[in-house]
Design a protein around this ligand. Sequence first.
Ligand SMILES: Cc1cc2nc3c(=O)[nH]c(=O)nc-3n(C[C@H](O)[C@H](O)[C@H](O)COP(=O)(O)OP(=O)(O)OC[C@H]3O[C@@H](n4cnc5c(N)ncnc54)[C@H](O)[C@@H]3O)c2cc1C
Length: 447
Amino acid sequence: MSTCTLSRALARATTTTTTRAIPRRQFGPASTSVSSRAAAPALSQQQRRHASSKHPKGFEPPSPDDLAELRERVQEFTRRELTEEVASTTDKSNSFPADMWAKMGDAGLLGITADEDVGGLAMGYQAHCVVMEELSRASGSIALSYAAHSQLCVNQLQLNGSPAQKAKYMPDLIAGTKVGALAMSESGSGSDVVSMRTRATAVDGGYLLNGSKMWITNGPDADLVVVYAKTAPDAGAKGITAFLVDTRNSPGFACLRKLDKMGMRGSNTGELVFEDVFVPQENILGAFNGGVRVLMEGLDLERLVLSAGPLGLMQASLDVALPYAHGRKQFGTPIAHFQLLQGKLADMYTKLQASRAYTYATARAVDEQGIIRTQDCAGAILYAAERATECALDCIQVLGGMGYVEEMPASRIMRDAKLYEIGAGTSEVRRMVIGRAFNKEYAHTSN
Ligand SMILES: Cc1cc2nc3c(=O)[nH]c(=O)nc-3n(C[C@H](O)[C@H](O)[C@H](O)COP(=O)(O)OP(=O)(O)OC[C@H]3O[C@@H](n4cnc5c(N)ncnc54)[C@H](O)[C@@H]3O)c2cc1C
C-alpha cells in the first residue's frame, strides 16, 4: 500500500468526524509483536505465486503504524456512527440501519482490499481485519453484514472479476450505494456445500438459474449476489460455476423470507429463490465449471477476515465487564477484587490476546509474504470463535443479574458470538479442514 493510499483512506475516514466520545479501553493490536515467519513454515514457489495474486497490483503491506492509525480512525467512526444505542436498536428491531451502508462507504470502509481504480483502498487483509474487529466491537451484526458485503462479495469480485465486471459493479458497492452478498449454502447443503442443487442451464446468451439458497447474509437487501450453481451436475465439484446476479434486473429472483435469528439480529439473513432467472454469459465469475476454486480460495480469506469478528466481540465483552466489575461493590468490596472474578477477567483478556495474535500473524503472512495457509485461516477463526463465546458467557457471569437482562449488551454479545462457531463453516468442519491439511502434508509418510 502506498503512502498516498493510506492518506486517502484516513482522509476519507476523518472527513465527517465531528465529535469525540470518551475512548474505549484499548489493549492494542497484537500484530506488531508476532512474527508471522515463525508461525508459517516455508511454502513452495508455486504456492507463493498463487498466494501473492490475492492483492491488487502494486500492493505494499501497511506498516504497524499505518494499521494503528487506521484502527484509531475506525474507532472514531464507530464512536460517531455505531454507538451502543444504534447497536442495541439494530438488535431489538432485527433490522439493518439502511443509512449505514452509505456511511461506511463515505468512511472508505467498503473496499479495503479492492483496487484503487474502482474506488478501493488496496490496503490488504491485516487492514480488513482491523476494520472488521473494530466494527464488531461496536456491533456484531452490523459487522457481519459488513463482512458479507466487503469480503464475501467485493473481495470475491476483486479476486475473480474481469476488468469489465469490476468496472461495472465495484464502484457502487464500494460507495455503499449497492449492497452485496454471497450465496452458496442451501437448506440441504451446508457443510457439504458441493452437494448444492441450484442449477444453471445454458440458453441463448447466458444461463437460467433455478433453485434456492438459505441463510444468506444481506440476502433481503442485496443488489448483487455471487451465486454458486451446478453447471455440470454429474461432474461433482468440477461442475459448479459462480455467477453475478443483479437482483434488481432479474425477474424470477426473490427473497422468500427474512430469518428470525437468536443473534446477529439486524444483519438481515434471507432465503433466496431463483425461478428461471436469466444470467448473461458475461456475468460468470471466474472460469466456467471453475466455481469450486473460486469458492474454496474465497473461503480461506473469508475465514481469516471473519476471525476478526470474534476478536471485536471479545473486546466488547471486556469493555462491558471491566468497568462493571470495578464499579460494582458487594461485601463492601469491588467485585473485581475477588479472586474468582479476577480469574475470569484474566482468562477473557488472555483469550482475546492469544486470538488476536493468531489472526494478525496469519493476515500478516498473507500481506507480507503472500502466504495463505488453509489450516491457519481455519485455525484462527476456530480458536477465536470458541473463545468469543466463552468470553461472552463470562461477561454475563461477571455482571450477575445485570448480565441476564437486555438492558446491558452482554446477552447480545453472547448471542452474536455463537454465530462464529457456525457460519463460514462450523467448528467441526474447521477442525476437519485442519486435519485434512495435515493429511496432505504427511501423505508421503503413510505410503
Ligand atoms: C447467521 C448466518 C449467516 C450465514 N450467512 C451465509 C452467507 O452469507 N452465505 C452462505 O452461503 N451461507 C451462509 N450461512 C450458512 C452457513 O455457512 C451454514 O449454516 C454452515 O456452513 C453450516 O451448514 P448447516 O447449517 O447446513 O449445518 P450442517 O451442515 O447440517 O451441520 C449440522 C451439524 O453437523 C456437523 N457436521 C456436518 N458435517 C460434519 C462432518 N463431516 N463431520 C463432523 N460434523 C459435521 C456440523 O458441524 C454441525 O454441528 C450463514 C449461516 C448463518 C446461521
